[in-house]
Design a protein around this ligand. Structure first.
Ligand code: PLP
Length: 378
């Protein structure tokens, strides 16, 4: 068996040297590593907004919901086609998700069904409290339409940019466009801290509140006193130290992801029935975190996404179906959904392809061989 090719594995330095730390260091010095990492993220995002380093993207979404004022019994409008990490925090708050379908070109939240969902909620007597949009596989949603509607209705937008570090919409870095932005640095994201995330907020006051909540809501006294519910969500200094090192390779990782995209783009131009997911126009620029294809089997000589998945698996190459929409998940069985079948169709026909920033020419040749052999008759 040939060595495995993975979807999006972490890539590390040979040796990791942790800066700014000495044994016996007091807490303030150690904590400075976390602050340095936040500066590093903020600099990359080219923003005056504040960055809060946390232990996961999921906890960043949870804190964003709290800062947005989402409470028990509230409604939150959430993109259905996403990772469950995006929707679970709504339940942590005791709130109720209302799922919104995708639009065809970005695969992200449909502005049309967002409006429909909003007005239906209002008709039933409850004004939704927040909107969570995801930038799937690195591509932004139609932020202009979504923000315009949210502004008109005075409703907060949380940008789940977990997959979209380095992507832009109208030249603005994703995670800095909405009221709150979230990033993830888990193992398969474009850079990793071993596990971690960040919350991007507008003001220093919100940053202070987020840190307060992320460190068990300990009040500023010389003993332990707590009046609000807190969490253990702060990023550790070791993860932050790794993050600082990883950000040095972010630009290089982005270049390599773009190379992978170009490879797939030319590979699929001559294959009927297979379309590579890409930017609809120049407003969008993706980080190409994962390259994904839709297979229209009636145009592809009867070949479907399972066939490609199986052909890859036989060659020890990892691929993966796209996210299964939340409104089709057993856990969200009872949730409301507004749409017309776009996201379920994407789930039926979509497959994520190996897109690691460490993909070699040999790897690409093996991938190409599998694809050419499978589709040669079509
Ligand atoms: C990775 C991811 C998250 C959160 O990730 P963590 O593993 O909690 O850091 C959230 N939303 C989406 C869409 C993701 O892909």
């Amino acid at each position: 068996m040939e060595k495995p090719i993975y979807l999006s594995p972490p890539v590390y330095e040979d040796r990791i040297i942790i800066p700014n730390m000495q044994s016996g260091d007091v807490y303030e010095n150690i904590n400075k590593v976390v602050l340095d990492f936040e500066t590093c993220v903020q600099t990359f995002l080219e923003t005056k907004k504040q960055v809060v380093a946390l232990n996961s993207g999921t906890s960043a979404i949870h804190l964003a919901l709290i800062l947005a004022g989402v409470q028990k019994g509230d409604l939150v409008l959430c993109q259905s086609m996403t990772f469950v990490a995006c929707a679970n925090p709504i339940l942590y708050q005791g709130a109720t998700p209302v799922f919104v379908d995708s639009e065809k070109n970005t695969w992200n939240m449909s502005p049309k069904f967002l409006k429909e969902a909003y007005f239906e909620c209002c008709k039933k007597g409850k004004i939704p409290k927040a909107i969570i949009v995801t930038s799937l596989y690195g591509l932004s949603s139609n932020m202009e339409a979504i923000l315009a509607f949210a502004k008109a209705k005075n409703i907060k937008v949380i940008e789940d940019s977990a997959e979209a570090l380095g992507s832009t919409y109208c030249n603005r870095k994703l995670s800095t466009i909405g009221d709150y932005g979230i990033l993830s640095f888990n193992l398969n994201k474009i850079v990793t801290t071993g596990g971690g995330g960040a919350l991007v907020v507008n003001t220093l006051k919100e940053k202070e509140k987020a840190i307060f909540l992320a460190t068990q809501a300990k009040e500023k006294l010389n003993y332990y006193q707590h009046t609000t519910l807190g969490y253990n969500y702060r990023m550790s200094h070791l993860n932050a130290a790794l993050g600082i090192i990883q950000f040095n390779r972010l630009k290089d990782n982005l270049d390599k992801k773009a190379l992978n995209f170009n490879f797939y783009n030319s590979l699929f131009t001559n294959i009927k029935g297979v379309s590579l997911h890409k930017e609809p126009n120049n407003d969008y620029s993706s980080n190409y975190w994962l390259n994904t294809v839709l297979i229209n089997s009636s145009k592809a000589g009867g070949i479907n996404k399972e066939d490609l998945y199986n052909a890859f698996a036989k060659a020890n190459i990892e691929s993966r179906p796209v996210w299964k929409p939340m409104h089709l998940q057993p856990i969200f069985e009872k949730a409301d959904f507004y749409g017309n079948g776009v996201s379920s169709k994407l789930f039926q026909n979509g497959l994520c392809l190996p897109s690691g920033s460490n993909l070699t020419n040999d790897d690409r040749e093996r991938i190409q061989k599998v694809i050419f052999e499978l589709f040669k008759s079509s």
